[in-house]
Design a protein around this ligand. Structure first.
Ligand SMILES: C[S@@+](CC[C@H](N)C(=O)[O-])C[C@H]1O[C@@H](n2cnc3c(N)ncnc32)[C@H](O)[C@@H]1O
Length: 243
């Protein structure tokens, strides 16, 4: 397997994890809420990285396995598992393949802030549908496609909160922010419109059961006040359409 983009930034990503309030305050709590009771459920995490989401699900009693294309990110996942064992497993693979998993072998699948890192959305969603049993669900959270657009420039803190520019929403495809401080400046992003995501889900055999666009409050809103007005994250729960 080729060296993955996140191999280059795994250490930086892990070090900054505690400060990633969009992840901790918006994405993760909503994913957990959308998934509901996961006690005893077998769940696959696509693009698990160093395992933040999957560890949160494991703490709620789920039997979890993470999949990621970056060996370095998985090294951090294993380090966290050694520090606090939750029975989390991980596998190096591309989300579009999930090669080691049989059809209908999971109760649920999740993808926390990683779909925009995955280039082949259609194939990935078709594979997710394949590994889920008929009553299975898929929950995901992404950077909001309306605010995190190609070329968008966002204020990084309250001091430059007025420096927001949203551009290029209709330009689907890979882009890289010219701000090297953030993750999208370091690894780029595969932008899709909201309708692009909805149509891809539908094509892969999913229906959206519920969607959430959480409004920032507390420490996140203090640091990035704009997120009181516009969404940082789009999260949804989807079910499989069974013929
Ligand atoms: C922004 S990180 C999110 C990590 C983790 N889900 C979290 O919430 O902290 C995106 C992750 O997606 C992984 N990734 C990118 N493309 C992938 C692919 N095609 N298949 C599997 N994982 C992929 C990256 O290696 C990276 O670990």
């Amino acid at each position: 397997m080729r060296r993955a983009a996140y191999d280059e930034i795994a250490e930086w990503h892990d070090e900054g994890l505690g400060e990633n309030w969009i992840l901790h305050d918006l994405a993760l709590p909503n994913l957990l809420e959308l998934a509901g009771d996961v006690e005893g459920r077998r769940i696959c995490d696509l693009g698990c990285g160093q395992g933040v989401a999957i560890r949160a699900f494991a703490k709620r009693g789920a039997k979890v396995v993470g999949v990621d294309i970056s060996e370095k990110m998985l090294e951090f996942a294993r380090r966290h598992e050694r520090e606090e064992s939750l029975g989390v497993e991980d596998i190096l693979d591309a989300a579009r393949k999930l090669s080691g998993f049989e059809d209908a072998s999971f109760d649920g699948a999740l993808c926390n802030m990683a779909l925009m890192d995955i280039p082949d959305l259609d194939e990935t969603l078709t594979t997710v549908a394949r590994v889920l049993r008929d009553e299975g669900w898929f929950v995901f959270a992404i950077t909001h496609p309306v605010t995190r657009t190609p070329g968008s420039k966002l204020g990084m803190d309250a001091a430059n909160d007025s420096a927001w520019e949203i551009t290029g929403y209709f330009e689907e495809g890979f882009w890289r922010s010219d701000d090297p401080r953030g993750i999208r400046g370091k690894v780029g992003s595969h932008h899709r419109t909201v309708s692009g995501y909805l149509n891809a889900l539908s094509k892969a055999g999913f229906h959206v059961e519920r969607a959430v666009e959480p409004r920032a409050d507390g420490r996140l809103a203090e640091r990035l006040p704009k997120y009181r007005e516009v969404p940082a994250v789009l999260a949804a729960r989807c079910g499989k359409v069974v013929e």
